[in-house]
Design a protein. Structure first.
Length: 75
């Protein structure tokens, strides 16, 4: 993940928590989004990252529909 880490997605809560790097790579307050259709997402994620997130979340929901573990998003 490292430099490409953008945040985590919780299947159970249907919520994405994004992290932004601050000055000197310090982490600033996370931005919480509600679901994959949150209107903030296209402004916060690159188009390719958003498409990948939606695809991977749908796949994960199909494989583990009752999962409570967060899924790390690294793009």
């Amino acid at each position: 993940m490292g430099r490409d880490f953008l945040g985590t997605y919780e299947l159970f809560a249907d919520a994405l928590v994004l992290f932004e790097r601050g000055v000197h790579d310090g982490v600033v307050k996370p931005v919480r989004c509600s679901g994959l259709e949150d209107p903030k997402l296209p402004r916060l994620l690159p188009k390719a990252a958003l498409a990948k997130l939606r695809e991977e979340v749908e796949m994960a929901k199909g494989l583990r529909p009752h999962s409570l573990r967060p899924i790390a998003l690294a793009i």
